[in-house]
Design a protein around this ligand. Structure first.
Ligand code: PLP
Length: 396
């Protein structure tokens, strides 16, 4: 069977680095469960994390059950029952739009946990400052639904708001964060400086565990913000906790030539198991199990050796790696290998534990729609509903 394989020591290695940044900067580092939510894996990071960033009720419950610590929730929109439950145990609830804040303001302010300060409320703002290169991952693109631009805050009743939150980066360095913070500061600096604001959440997208990430620059920015604005600073990376910690191991089911291409059908699908490959789109690094090979995927098993696949035509044998599904475009890409592929060969798809896995379960913990049927008499019968248990049961 195909297998997502995750290294607990590698997760711990990342977690230690992130913990060092937290200790040196005074920031509180949360795990963005939207990027990684394998429950067994969370045990490895739990001692180093301040808590979690949840995209809604399901991820918040998951954090409370498997991670502990601070639960910061942000969702583009809350359902009534969801918010009612979150009010009982979350520590931050951030709102995405002025109408969401206005809709839920009185409910929140009436809650004893808000009144006691145990639960704080914030707004996700949009500094409209793009530093990324891929529109699908850029919350600052024109027409974005994510976060409140400065002009929309004019005249809004903000009593009860004690936090500001922005998330604009994706796989980026400290300089992009610094540039974004300066743009944010120009637009929201006076609000940030007002005594009502007690926390600033700098979102995720920080590639802190990459070897060339400028951690010193991040630490000095966080210190500056804390000293100047007297706020608690939160960072909620996802990918940084889980990058280079896991692979997807696949098997070759068939090899054949057709219409001028050599095809290898794997037992995994881009569409079903690696949607980013089609969405972004991106090309994963691929390795073949190969005695004498010198490649190093994110997770190498003892006694195994690997050789890295090349671009099409680079090595002697080029294959189009495709899925066992009906979708014509369900193709991982064209890769070349030193040796001909054979049925039952193992293919390693590299660095697949962040995002890839959660996208095949319930992305962001968004509850799965019910399944219902319409009968001839016009009666609609719900035949299956999905619960939190369905979500959690898929997370390993
Ligand atoms: C609001 C928010 N916070 C945190 C993250 C985590 O980002 P990353 O995994 O890139 O660090 C995301 C990712 O989309 C996000 O939308």
């Amino acid at each position: 069977m195909a297998q997502y394989l995750i290294s607990l020591p590698a997760l711990e290695r990342n977690a230690r680095l992130l913990h060092e940044v937290a200790c040196a900067s005074g920031a509180r580092l949360l795990v963005a469960l939207k990027a990684f939510s394998c429950t067994t894996g969370l045990k490895a990071v739990q001692p180093y994390a301040a808590g979690c960033c949840a995209s809604g009720l399901y991820e918040a419950r998951l954090a409370a059950r498997h991670l502990g610590g601070h639960v910061a929730v942000y969702s583009p929109a809350y359902r009534e029952a969801e918010l009612a439950e979150l009010l009982e145990f979350a520590h931050h609830i951030d709102f995405n739009s002025v109408p969401q804040w206005q809709r839920w303001r009185s409910t929140c302010l009436a809650h004893p946990r808000v009144q006691s300060g145990e639960l704080q409320l914030g707004l996700r703002i949009n500094p409209c400052f793009s530093t990324g290169h891929t529109a699908i991952y850029d919350p600052c693109v024109p027409g974005s639904r994510l976060g409140i631009p400065a002009d929309q805050l004019q005249g809004v009743e903000l009593t009860g708001i004690s936090g500001l939150h922005f998330h604009t980066l994706c796989e980026q360095g400290a300089q992009e964060l610094i540039d974004t913070f300066r743009a944010f500061e120009k637009q929201f600096g006076s609000l940030l400086a007002s005594p009502q604001i007690r926390y600033l959440n700098l979102g995720g997208g920080h590639w802190i565990t990459k070897p060339d990430y400028d951690r010193a620059a991040l630490i000095s920015l966080v210190r500056e913000i804390r000293e100047m604005y007297h706020v608690e600073v939160f960072l909620e990376p996802g990918e940084a906790w889980a990058i280079h910690t896991g692979v997807l191991r696949a098997r070759v089911l068939d090899v054949f030539e057709s219409l001028g291409y050599r095809h290898a059908i794997l037992d995994v699908s881009a569409s079903a198991h690696m949607p980013d490959v089609l969405e972004m789109p991106y090309r994963p690094d691929v390795f073949a199990l190969s005695p004498g090979g010198t490649g190093t995927p994110a997770l190498a098993l003892p006694g195994e050796q690997y050789s890295a696949a090349g671009k099409a035509g680079e090595k002697a044998y080029t294959y189009r790696l495709g899925a066992p599904t009906c979708l014509a475009g369900d193709v991982i890409g064209d890769y070349s290998f030193d040796h001909p592929l054979q049925v039952d060969d193992t293919i390693i798809l590299d660095d697949m534990s962040h995002y890839t896995m959660v996208k095949t379960t319930h992305f962001n913990g968004v509850p799965h729609p019910d399944i219902a049927v319409l009968h001839a008499d016009g009666h609609v019968q719900v035949v299956r509903t999905f619960s939190y248990a369905d979500f959690e049961s898929r997370l390993g």
